[in-house]
Design a protein around this ligand. Structure first.
Ligand SMILES: [Zn+2]
Length: 102
């Protein structure tokens, strides 16, 4: 988990894990052992992002963010807002800090 903002971890239910493993097996050559997969703790990790300019808010996969964000370069990721096109979208915790909320 990154240091300067929170992520949301949601553990998958057994049914969701089973579905995910089945989906995976349909498309990949290396097959997953579904019963073994279901025993593991699998979670989705997401981050709520908010635009400093227009307050547009969205929840995205943390995997997606870590693809473009280099933690050694900046403390938090910044991206372009799909609504106002400004490079002002930051994690909600950072948004609140900058706007002095709570
Ligand atoms: Zn915006």
């Amino acid at each position: 988990m990154p240091k300067h903002f929170n992520t949301i971890k949601r553990y998958l239910s057994v049914e969701e894990k089973r579905e995910r493993a089945q989906d995976y097996n349909e498309f990949e050559v290396d097959q997953v052992d579904i019963d073994e997969f279901v025993k593991k703790d699998i979670f989705d990790e997401t981050v709520i992002l908010k635009c400093l300019n227009c307050a547009f808010q969205e929840e995205v996969d943390y995997d997606f963010i870590s693809e473009y964000w280099d933690e050694s370069v900046s403390k938090y990721p910044e991206s372009y807002c799909p609504k106002c096109n400004m490079p002002k979208v930051v994690p909600l915790d950072v948004y609140n800090r900058i706007k002095h909320i709570k």
